[in-house]
Design a protein around this ligand. Structure first.
Ligand code: S3P
Length: 449
């Protein structure tokens, strides 16, 4: 993206946030709802789908492979072609900013007798794809990727699938739900049992949803405590009616905004609180955040609640590394909470943050330093000295200019930080927010007025 297409936005100190709101549908579940529905035999219906750019990229790619998808009101209908039924796309698949679309669809194509080229924006084109290329190649796919000067395999890349593919037993070397899901998707059209050994639990939406779609999938724990996921191909998936809950990763920005702006009291309705995603809320509670879960219920196999958040004096803590996978997307906004807390917050074990939509450790450190926050950037985490509830000073400059680095979560984190500054801040480009949280700025403004 060039500077010409950037959309700057200013966020200023705000009065208390109040009201009842809901956030757009869960991004991870939305991608999976579209993809699994595309592989079922017949018509699935999805409501609450996130209509952000990332999910729309997945929908467009599926359409390019012969899947009819349409929308009436809030309801999306996917006319599934059955496992093995995808067609050869004629053009390159443009994945935009979306790592999830790319890695999951690479898995899908790996065991179909078709080939596809994947392209993406400047951020996505820097992200490592070796983690999916390795297992999918072992299953028989032929994948050619651009090699960077530091020998990383990146977009653009092409995948030529093979049918039948070879079932794989694979131990995940990185805690990644995207890698796990890519292999499961490849396994759906592969004869025999595809087995994944997951030493560190990551979000489990794929396993839960595949079971719901009727796949033969089991999850066990082995003697060393790892999860063992076994999927029998060639699966026949049955069409479903799916209700996508609100995204806890999107709700996180509003939750922290309410915690740090004095006098705030908000309820975010209908949020997914799957334990593999809810780590941030646990940590914020440990920091003294007044957060309660109301109307707990289960929707489509996923735990859902209304989250009630009141302004609270937060205290810095030592965040254990083993909670990271359950809040991997929430560290940028946790760093903002830490910057306002009383005392020191230490985080570690966060190497993965360096290969997200941006290098989130360095991007957050740079921006927070501009706001006068004292911090130390380590290779695998940040150590942040909180202001003790005082507004951030704007640091050396009165009104800080923050770079979002083509990263939606960096942009939203600093938008929230802006509410807790003395004189506001400007983010160079708010456009990336469209990937996961359309309407974010309006919602934040509405809560504060
Ligand atoms: C996702 C998994 C996570 C997360 C991403 C969405 C998913 O990535 O950061 O935003 O939907 O599977 P990794 O699995 O690579 O950690």
């Amino acid at each position: 993206m060039t500077s010409n297409s950037q959309t700057p936005a200013t966020f200023k100190p705000s009065g208390p946030l109040a009201g009842k709101i809901s956030v757009p549908g869960d991004k991870s579940i939305s991608h999976r709802a579209l993809i699994f529905s595309a592989l079922a035999v017949g018509k699935s219906q999805i409501t609450g789908l996130l209509e952000g750019e990332d999910v729309l990229a997945t929908a467009d790619a599926l359409r390019a492979m012969g899947v009819k998808i349409d929308k009436k009101g809030d309801a999306w209908t996917v006319y599934g072609v059955g496992v093995g039924g995808l067609m050869q796309p004629t053009n390159a698949l443009d994945m935009g900013n979306s790592g999830t679309s790319t890695r999951l669809l690479m898995g899908l194509i790996a065991s179909h007798g078709i080939s596809a080229t994947f392209t993406g924006d400047a951020s996505l084109s820097k992200r490592p794809m070796g983690r999916v290329i390795e297992p999918l190649s072992q299953m028989g796919a032929d994948i050619r990727a651009r090699e960077t000067s530091d020998h990383k395999a990146c977009l653009p890349l092409s995948v030529t699938g093979t049918c039948p593919a070879v079932p794989l037993e694979y131990r995940l070397p990185v805690a990644s739900a995207q890698v796990k899901s890519a292999i499961l998707l490849a396994g759906l059209n592969t004869p025999g049992i595809t087995r994944i050994i997951e030493p560190v639990l990551t979000r489990d939406h794929s396993e839960t949803m595949l079971k719901g779609f009727g796949a033969d999938i089991t999850v066990e724990t082995n003697a060393e405590g790892s999860r063992v996921i076994s999927l029998t191909g060639e699966a026949e998936l049955m069409p479903q009616k799916i209700k996508v809950p609100g995204d806890p990763s999107s709700a996180a920005f509003l939750a922290v905004a309410a915690l740090i702006v004095p006098g705030s009291d908000i309820i975010i309705e209908n949020v997914g609180i799957n334990p593999t995603r809810a780590g941030l809320y646990e940590i914020l509670q440990q920091m003294g955040g007044d957060i309660s879960f109301e109307n707990d219920r289960t929707v489509g196999g996923e735990p859902v609640a209304d989250i009630h958040i009141k302004h609270s004096a937060l205290t810095g803590i030592d965040v254990p590394a083993n909670i990271a996978p359950s809040m991997i997307d929430e560290f940028p906004i946790l760093f903002v909470a830490a910057a306002i807390a009383n005392g020191t917050t230490k985080t570690r074990g966060l190497h993965e943050l360096r290969v997200k939509e941006s290098d989130r450790l360095s991007q957050m450190a740079k921006g927070l330093e501009l706001l006068g926050v004292e911090l130390t950037e380590k290779e695998d985490g940040l150590i942040i000295e909180g202001s003790g509830g005082k507004p951030l000073s704007g640091g050396r400059t009165k009104h800080a200019m923050i770079e979002s680095g083509l990263d939606h979560r960096i942009a939203m984190s600093f938008a929230v930080a802006g509410l807790a500054t003395k004189s506001g801040l400007t983010i160079d480009d708010i456009a990336p927010v469209q990937t996961s949280f359309p309407g974010f700025s309006d919602l934040l403004t509405r809560l504060a007025s």
